[in-house]
Design a protein. Structure first.
Length: 94
């Protein structure tokens, strides 16, 4: 029998709500097996809206990252350090 489970990732950025969904991956796993999920965070995931400049701005620093079945069911926490170029702008949509 095969089951499915969707992992979600929530990086915490400065000045933003603590758990913002930034990615998910649905895995199909056979009973008694294990699987590995990989999440890629992009510059936009580590950005905040600058209301003065009216643009997204990448933020430097150490970010907490939470992974779980939902924002209320966190099963793994860690951190990542992000160092964007000075004044880096982030394009979220084309």
């Amino acid at each position: 029998m095969v089951g499915a489970f969707a992992w979600q990732t929530f990086p915490a950025s400065a000045g933003e709500p603590p758990l913002v969904l930034r990615g998910f991956q649905k895995l199909h796993i056979a009973a008694g097996s294990s699987a590995k999920a990989t999440f890629m965070l992009v510059a936009g995931d580590m950005s905040v809206w600058d209301a003065t400049k009216h643009e997204w701005t990448a933020v430097s620093g150490k970010f907490g990252v939470s992974v779980g079945a939902s924002s209320r069911d966190i099963r793994l926490t860690g951190s990542v350090t992000h160092s964007p170029a000075p004044g880096q702008k982030v394009k979220l949509f084309e």
